[in-house]
Design a protein around this ligand. Structure first.
Ligand code: PLP
Length: 442
């Protein structure tokens, strides 16, 4: 029995089946992960947008190691220095208000919803207008906010106070506003919904609508935030600022932490006893987040995400000409979706087998969320794998010139490519695991 089978057997026996796992991953470094049997993969999921600075970034590892050896947890009954520093940093990045810390994206959105309800309480306002096809989490309130029936099915009755409009259709939002409406909640790019960007005019229209009607504008930046789209926060591309937004996923580079970040209007709505979380903003979680922000800033990862996103997008767009079933490329920066006119499950599984991890979303979209410091040769390698798997499964349709053109836009230095294990080696399980000292000591 392989090590992977051994882990899978124990897992399936004792862990509730909320996911359908296939690989057992044991080590990660930058854009690569290794499975329990030594096979290496190029990771274009990055923990579903958690590893924005790459797996086990030495700066984040060192910050957590140093902090866990000094103070792990004392509860929020006491001031802790890292939490104060992190709130100051986030407030300086956007909105200039205050933060509430928790452990996950669902909890961060729950905090936004509670903030909005408390803010509107005396005026009898509590209803939040969300978007169809959105995703905000799996707690009961955030599942109710989520605009996908499949997330709510079987858990009814859902908590009340949520209505759903269509993304990019301002009139559909306006039509839902009533005297109970307190806020509008939107992802600037819907991730789980299929990598669907909100148009700039829609975001600007929402801001104006909220201002005109006395509503709060709330953004869910859990997946699209912290550099993923080439801006610190995805809402910034449209030039608008919400009244508050949620963060989680990449904030701690894998150390669980979520945050509700507010502007001045909501900064003092929570008062002692109104909201809380035992593990919210522990010293190590905040150390991980502070180190993550340092890495994004010092390594220029916003610009890198834009540049790498352009390269990946150009390469993927070349496949529209080449393959009859590829219909579009969506998203911004390094949050990209390759849309087919049919389910992508087989394609995603084939790519995984030859060494590239991506994730199917909304059934027909291959979602890609590589680390923001992905190298050019890794992009090239991934594009080659996607090309070969599309050709294998769907066959090519375009004349030879179109392919030559597509290859030209995938330009990446050949020399770089030689430094990394080739996908064939990955598939054969020949690539070595990262050196122990590197992985553990840095
Ligand atoms: C946009 C968005 N919001 C909220 C969540 C929920 O985050 P968590 O799983 O950390 O609760 C997710 C998770 O995928 C997400 O993509």
């Amino acid at each position: 029995m392989s090590k992977t089978q051994e882990i899978a057997e124990r897992f399936d026996r004792y862990v509730m089946h909320t996911y359908a796992q296939q690989l057992a991953l044991v080590e990660g470094r930058g854009t690569r992960v290794w499975d329990a049997d030594g096979k290496v993969y190029l990771d274009f999921i990055a923990g579903i947008s958690v590893q924005n600075v790459g797996h086990c970034h030495p700066r984040v590892v060192a910050a957590v190691q140093e902090q866990v050896a000094r103070l792990m947890h004392v509860s929020n009954l006491y001031y802790t220095e890292n939490q104060a520093r992190l709130a100051e940093r986030l407030s300086g990045l956007a909105l200039g208000g205050k933060c509430f810390f928790c452990n996950s994206g669902a909890e961060a959105n729950e905090a936004l919803i509670k903030l909005a309800r408390l803010w509107g309480h005396d005026a009898g306002k509590y209803e939040v207008i969300c978007m169809r096809n959105s995703f905000h989490g799996r707690t009961l309130a955030t599942a109710a906010a989520t605009g996908q029936a499949k997330i709510q099915k079987g858990f009814e009755p859902m908590p009340e106070g949520f209505a759903h409009a269509d993304l990019n259709d301002l009139a559909s939002v306006e039509a839902l506003v009533n005297d109970k409406t307190v806020a509008v909640l939107v992802e600037a790019i819907q991730g789980e919904g299929g990598v669907i960007p909100a148009a700039d005019e829609f975001m600007q229209g929402l801001r104006k609508l909220c201002d005109d009607r006395g509503l709060l504008m709330l953004c869910d930046e859990v997946q699209c935030g912290l550099g993923r789209t080439g801006d610190w926060f995805a809402f910034q591309a449209s030039g608008v600022e919400p009244d508050a937004f949620s963060l989680a996923k990449s904030l701690g580079s894998g150390y669980p932490i979520g945050a509700a970040v507010s502007g001045p209007k909501l900064a003092d709505v929570f008062t002692p006893g109104r909201h809380a979380s035992t593990f919210g903003g522990t010293p190590p979680a905040c150390a991980a987040a502070l180190a993550t922000l340092d890495v994004i800033e010092e390594e220029g990862l916003l610009a890198k995400a834009r540049r790498a996103g352009d390269l990946l997008r150009e390469g993927l767009e070349g496949f529209i000409e080449l393959f009859p079933h590829v219909v579009s490329v969506r998203g911004r920066g390094l949050m990209l979706g390759l849309e087919l006119d049919q389910p992508v499950k087989e394609l995603v599984e084939r790519m995984r087998d030859v060494g590239l991890l991506t994730v199917a979303t909304a059934e027909t979209v291959v979602r890609m969320l590589p680390p923001l410091n992905v190298k050019d040769n890794e992009l090239e390698e991934a594009l080659d794998i996607i090309h070969d798997c599309l050709a294998e499964i769907h066959g090519e349709s375009a004349p030879a010139e179109a392919e030559a053109e597509a290859e030209a836009v995938e330009a990446a230095p050949e020399a770089d490519a030689a430094e990394e294990p080739a996908p064939e080696e990955a598939a054969a399980g020949e690539a070595a695991a990262p050196e122990q000292e590197e992985a553990k000591a840095e």
